[in-house]
Design a protein around this ligand. Structure first.
Ligand SMILES: Nc1ncnc2c1ncn2[C@@H]1O[C@H](COP(=O)(O)OP(=O)(O)OP(=O)(O)O)[C@@H](O)[C@H]1O
Ligand SMILES: [Mg+2]
Length: 265
């Protein structure tokens, strides 16, 4: 772990954007997440790390109610966004997901043009008044996602015709086009080459000035490069959560230490 560039930035004054308390998740009889408590800070990149199957994606999906779409999945406990319970009956999950956007591991562009993929969210949420406004959002989102130069001459070509890495950046542009307050990213770079990965990591760092970012990653180098807080999950438990530099250089729990030194995983 000596070769890692750990970016120490003090975010301790940042307030909690999302608070999770006593979160339990069941898939049928199987207890996938056990009593998770965590505060996700504003203006901060939080990395979720841990071995395959430990519950990282499950917990990420709790944060914007994507688990609602899985029939056998039951979520218990409390999750609040700016103090408001996101599981309250009055909350519309579609509106919630515009505020808490998500980028998946496998790029999943809509079967629409590049332009329409990005314009879709702002349109359905009525965020723009004119075609010029919409054009501006599409362009700025594609620029932020480091894709503009590659697609500006073919905005009306299908999104599905892009390469895998380009599709992933398109999905990032689509997610940020609604100006979410929190962006959830589940292994967003696993389909990307090192150049696109570096661009996305740079973007993540920029995004944090506007919103909270939560990123699931199997790359500890990536977690160390982009995040200020890290949560280590193991077998459905959130074992350790803290400042990224501390987690990687001085973990308190032996399970965290085993994982980051490559003994489990
Ligand atoms: N849709 C589902 N139906 C049933 N069980 C599920 C479902 N999704 C996840 N699980 C189970 O919940 C547990 C946690 O899975 P999850 O996908 O959250 O792990 P993960 O940490 O994201 O793993 P990976 O690093 O491989 O992506 C696993 O035991 C998994 O089999
Ligand atoms: Mg996962």
């Amino acid at each position: 772990m000596n070769d890692m560039r750990i970016l120490e930035r003090d975010v301790s004054a940042n307030t909690a954007k999302i608070t999770a308390r006593g979160v339990q998740v069941y898939y049928g009889e199987s207890h996938a997440l056990k009593d998770v408590d965590v505060d996700i800070l504003s203006g901060t990149v939080t990395a979720f790390i841990g071995p395959s199957g430990c519950g990282k994606s499950t917990f990420l999906r709790c944060l914007n109610r994507m688990n609602d779409t899985i029939a056998i999945c039951k979520v218990k406990g409390e999750i609040r966004l700016d103090g408001a319970d996101i599981y309250d009956k009055r909350v519309d999950p579609v509106v919630l997901r515009a505020k808490v956007g998500m980028v998946f591991q496998k790029p999943n562009p809509f079967p629409k043009s590049i332009y329409d993929n990005v314009a879709y969210g702002p349109k359905i949420h009525g965020l723009t008044r004119s075609k010029t406004d919409l054009d501006e959002i599409v362009e700025s989102s594609l620029r932020k996602a480091a894709l503009w130069n590659e697609v500006k001459d073919r905005l009306h070509a299908p999104g599905t015709g892009l390469s895998g890495g380009q599709q992933q950046r398109l999905c990032i542009a689509r997610a940020i086009a609604t100006s979410p307050e929190v962006l959830l990213m589940d292994e967003p770079c696993s389909a990307l080459d090192p150049i696109a990965t570096a661009q996305v990591e740079e973007l993540i760092d920029e995004l944090r000035s506007q919103f909270s970012v939560v990123i699931v990653t199997h790359s500890m180098q990536q977690a160390a490069r982009v995040s200020q807080r890290t949560a280590f999950f193991h077998m459905g438990h959130l074992v350790e959560y803290g400042e990224t530099g501390q987690i990687f250089t001085n973990p308190k729990d032996p399970r965290t230490e085993s994982y980051i030194t490559g003994r489990i995983g």
